[in-house]
Write a protein that binds this ligand. Structure first.
Ligand SMILES: Nc1ncnc2c1ncn2[C@@H]1O[C@H](COP(=O)(O)OP(=O)(O)OP(=O)(O)O)[C@@H](O)[C@H]1O
Ligand SMILES: [Mg+2]
Length: 459
């Protein structure tokens, strides 16, 4: 017969504990309970366990501290952490402190059991293999601007990956559309890495000519090129011992790609116009808004360099592919911009925000919220405060979602009309003849509507 697995459930909330214990018992596991961190540590020492389920917010000894204590003595014991918030820091901390996985409360039953089973299998597989325990001290004080927010499965996977990747020395390649948070993620990796006290240098590889970028990266000797009036250290030298972020790495010329490859392989380079070979120890994080693999296939990016950079690959999906993140991001920005004021975003506005395509991703969302807060004088963000209110596609009216309390046909139609005119004007770069054509109305009517809605091109 299969041996019964033993699980410890740690949660100070009695109802939660009872539910989980019942569920697990029904699944045939034998279960112990603890109500706080101190009890948990005692239980771990007095019972042979296969798995710990640990709430992160605990009285006496908090979850992260308890987790670290557990990992000190029982490195191979898988621990799944319950986090109550859709924010990243605690999840990353937990992963870094050696958690096997984490679950957001409230969780789905199926997902919960799946993760439990996976963790138990993992514990089996681990067998004799000793896990390195994390000795890194953790930075808990963090400003709101560097906080990564997201509750979607996709974001959660990324947070986990950050937690696993950060304390390693591996090169990381971050790929995502503009405004998806590449830099924020690079910051999080650095902040959670073993090199966090060391220099963190960012270089934008996009805007410079080849020579200037080369000099920026590797430095130059006096007189190396016109304008090189004195010797200068490059960013790699300045980052020695620490981390460098190569932003828009896809913009590097072939010659520079070659030089970068050499740094990755041999840790050596020469300054522009210099003969001495310098050696550095720098961890590289690269970011790109292009699909670098496609760039490689198209012959614009060196294959060997691609594989060197792509050790850990973080692909951030565009915001439109993870609309579940939008409400928490909105909330995050409201609190950040107006920390003392309670601002309400009604269902209708939230729906607009969640169905918009966000070409500028999170950065655009941040701007839209900022703008809405300027527009609204009160504490309500209505759709009129949002810049992109267009009606849902015609003929696609499955559930009469619009016809709810507060709906007003006239204001709906005028808003729709105004928005379509603005859209057409922007599309045609405010050319009125083209706009009228696009809308299939005559110019006179367009003029009078523009006057009526007070539409003027921003300078
Ligand atoms: N998950 C997130 N949680 C909170 N804020 C975020 C998140 N993702 C992005 N942001 C915010 O969106 C803005 C854009 O992020 P960031 O500069 O990191 O994007 P990027 O991918 O580097 O963009 P670009 O390609 O244009 O350089 C920043 O203000 C950042 O704080
Ligand atoms: Mg960026």
């Amino acid at each position: 017969m299969k041996e019964r697995k033993t699980i410890l459930v740690v949660d100070d909330e009695a109802s939660m504990r009872t539910n989980v214990v019942e569920l697990l018992s029904r699944e045939g596991y034998s279960v112990y309970e603890a109500v706080d961190g101190a009890e948990a540590l005692k239980a771990v020492k007095s019972h042979p366990l296969n798995l710990v389920l640990l709430d992160i917010n605990l009285p006496k000894i908090d979850g992260i501290t308890a987790l670290k204590e557990i990992k000190k003595d029982f490195a191979d014991l898988p621990v799944i952490v319950f986090t109550a918030y859709g924010t990243s820091e605690r999840a990353i901390e937990a992963m870094k402190a050696g958690a096997y996985d984490y679950l957001d409360k409230p969780f789905e039953l199926d997902e919960f059991l799946l993760v439990v089973r996976r963790a138990l299998t993992f514990g089996d597989l681990l067998g004799e293999v000793k896990q390195l325990r994390s000795t890194v001290s953790i930075n808990t004080q963090l400003s709101a601007t560097s906080q990564l927010v997201g509750i979607s499965q996709k974001s959660q996977e990324i947070f986990k990956l950050i937690g696993r990747a950060a304390p390693s020395e591996a090169t990381v390649l971050i790929q995502g559309e503009s405004g998806t948070g590449k830099e924020l993620i690079a910051d999080a990796i650095q902040r959670h890495s073993l090199r966090k006290e060391k220099p963190f240098i960012k270089v934008d590889c996009g805007g410079l000519t080849e020579t200037l970028l080369e000099s920026e990266l590797f430095g130059h000797e006096k007189g190396a090129f016109t304008g090189a009036v004195s010797q200068r250290k490059g960013r790699f030298e300045l980052a020695d011992g620490g981390t460098i972020l190569l932003d828009e790495v896809n913009n590097m010329t072939p010659a520079l790609q070659m030089k970068l490859l050499r740094v990755l392989q041999q840790k050596t380079f020469e300054r522009v116009g210099g003969k001495d070979t310098h050696t550095v120890d720098v961890r590289i994080i690269a970011a790109t808004n292009r699909n670098l693999e496609d760039e490689m296939k198209a012959g614009r990016f060196r294959q060997d360099l691609f594989y060197r950079l792509n050790v850990i690959h973080i692909v951030i999906p565009p915001l439109r592919d993870r609309p579940e993140d939008i409400p928490v991001l909105v909330d995050h920005y409201l609190k950040r911009i107006k920390p003392t004021q309670k601002i309400v975003v009604p269902e209708e506005s939230l729906k607009k925000l969640m169905t918009y395509s966000w070409p500028g991703n999170v950065r655009e969302l941040e701007n839209v919220i900022q703008r809405a807060l300027v527009m609204t004088q009160g504490s309500l963000i209505t759709i009129d405060h949002l810049p992109f209110s267009s009606p849902p596609a015609l003929g696609n009216n499955s559930g009469n979602t619009l016809l709810q309390e507060g709906f007003n046909l006239k204001s709906y139609l005028t808003t729709t009309e105004k928005n379509l005119i603005v859209e057409a004007l922007e599309k045609t770069n405010w050319n009125r003849t083209l706009t009228a054509k696009l809308l299939n109305i005559n110019r006179r009517l367009l003029f009078s509507k523009m006057l009526y809605y007070n539409l003027k091109q921003k300078k």
